[in-house]
Design a protein around this ligand. Structure first.
Ligand code: HEC
Length: 396
């Protein structure tokens, strides 16, 4: 249905000719807002991944859509208002920010637009929305937006919110990402969390969410591990220890029990139908990697990093920190721009060479100390399970 979507050609002209024109989304005299919302989602991607913007001021068209009742359309239009710096949408953005009857997806898009457009009084307004008595999802969305304006204030509010979030089952991964996407964000949040003295239970729940984002920021991991009371890095690497561990896993480990212990792993790896794409697919890792190398990866992830998975952290002029794996395309080689595979998705983003302020190569995103909370028997069970994945002896 979206075969004519702007992503197929994707120049600035298409954006205004096609994506913002309601007639294109009108069938038999009936405007299809859901269809239009999908097209706007493509425009959001183009703006984020390739910095494509319309040539003419898109504000009037966006204002019309922000006024329509379809939540998906409204939130995508608000997101575009921020990304495209469509300043003439200001009054409408502010109205949605203040409207408590709006669904959370629409409001959080308005919060982000407010911050990106730097509308007065964005900072104080978001700070007040980040605190009680507002509902947790509203506070979370306000904190995420505030990260773009005042990272320290955002961190103080997050330190207060995070324990409440994990206690009520709200996954804090997107809050954590909002910090890690900003220059100095990991450090600011780590400092605020350190001062707030979280309970061990909250700290380990937040740590698990941090792993899910694939960005085991060193300062944050350190503070969270300390607060959770798990600080043991395990024994130093030796070849004989690895041999012994694999031997013990084969004689004393139970793969079926081990299968229930890989919850932390599927935050990043696919195993069968479950899991994510931050790390390589482990579904049949037992047939491609030796048991010793698998044990080594699990306990000392930084020792050998699989090709293509060295994490790059790139800061751009706007203060945004991008994480991903560098890829080389013919286009990027010609232009000198940087192409990265995003961590949590397989899609590519392009960062223009002149926008890049600094780049840093980190080791594997796979964190150390993943098995620190396990008993020796659990460790053997888990290793047994992973080294038999894809082999005939594996459990399905
Ligand atoms: C935060 C994300 C993350 C978590 C959590 C994680 N991994 Fe990884 N893992 C990676 C990444 C990225 C790589 C590739 C880079 C490298 O080799 O270190 C990797 C590599 C591996 C490899 C080597 C794969 C290959 O093809 O060479 C194994 C085996 C592995 N992980 C097992 C595990 C197990 C078992 C767990 C759970 C105890 C786990 N990982 C948890 C991100 C993660």
């Amino acid at each position: 249905m979206l075969s004519r979507a702007p992503s197929s050609s994707g120049g600035p002209r298409d954006v205004s000719d096609y994506g913002l024109n309601p007639e294109i989304f009108t069938r038999l005299g009936q405007y299809d807002a859901a269809f239009h919302a999908k097209a706007l989602a493509e425009l959001v991607k183009l703006a984020q991944e390739r910095e494509i913007r319309p040539e003419d001021d898109p504000s009037p068209a966006l204002n019309r859509m922000i006024d329509l009742p379809h939540p998906g359309l409204r939130s995508n239009a608000l997101t575009l208002a921020g990304l495209w710096q469509a300043t003439a949408t200001g009054p409408q953005v502010l109205a949605v920010v203040k409207d408590e009857t709006q669904p959370i997806e629409v409001r959080s898009a308005a919060f982000r637009a407010l911050a990106e457009l730097k509308l007065e009084p964005a900072g104080p307004l978001l700070a007040s929305l980040a605190a009680g008595p507002h509902a947790l999802p509203v506070r979370a969305a306000a904190i995420e937006a505030l990260c773009a304006l005042d990272i320290e204030a955002a961190a103080r509010h997050a330190a207060e919110l995070l324990p409440q979030a994990v206690a009520t089952g709200l996954n804090p991964a997107s809050i954590l990402e909002a910090f890690l996407d900003r220059r100095g964000g990991g450090k600011a949040l780590a400092t605020a969390l350190h001062a707030s003295k979280m309970s061990p239970e909250s700290a380990s729940a937040v740590l698990q969410s941090l792993y899910e984002t694939g960005r085991s920021d060193r300062d944050l991991v350190e503070v969270l591990r300390q607060s959770s009371g798990v600080t043991d890095d395990g024994p130093p690497y030796t070849e004989s220890y690895v041999k012994q561990l694999v031997g013990d896993a084969m004689t004393q480990g139970n793969a079926q029990r081990g299968a229930t212990l890989v919850e932390a792993c599927i935050a990043c790896h696919r195993i069968g139908k479950l899991g994510a794409v931050i790390g390589p697919d482990l579904t049949s890792i037992g047939t491609t990697l030796s048991p010793e190398r698998i044990a080594e990866e699990v306990l000392w992830p930084g020792r050998q990093v699989k090709e293509g998975y060295t994490m790059l952290q790139v800061t751009t002029q706007d203060g945004v920190v991008h994480h991903g794996y560098e890829r080389w395309t013919r286009q990027s080689e010609a232009s000198g721009d940087l192409v990265m595979r995003q961590l949590t998705a397989e899609s590519l983003i392009t960062l223009r060479r002149d926008q890049i302020v600094s780049r840093q190569t980190l080791v594997s995103p796979m964190p150390v100390g993943l098995t620190a909370g396990m008993t020796q028997q659990q460790l053997l069970d888990m290793i047994r399970y992973v080294i038999t994945l894809g082999t005939n002896t594996s459990t399905p």
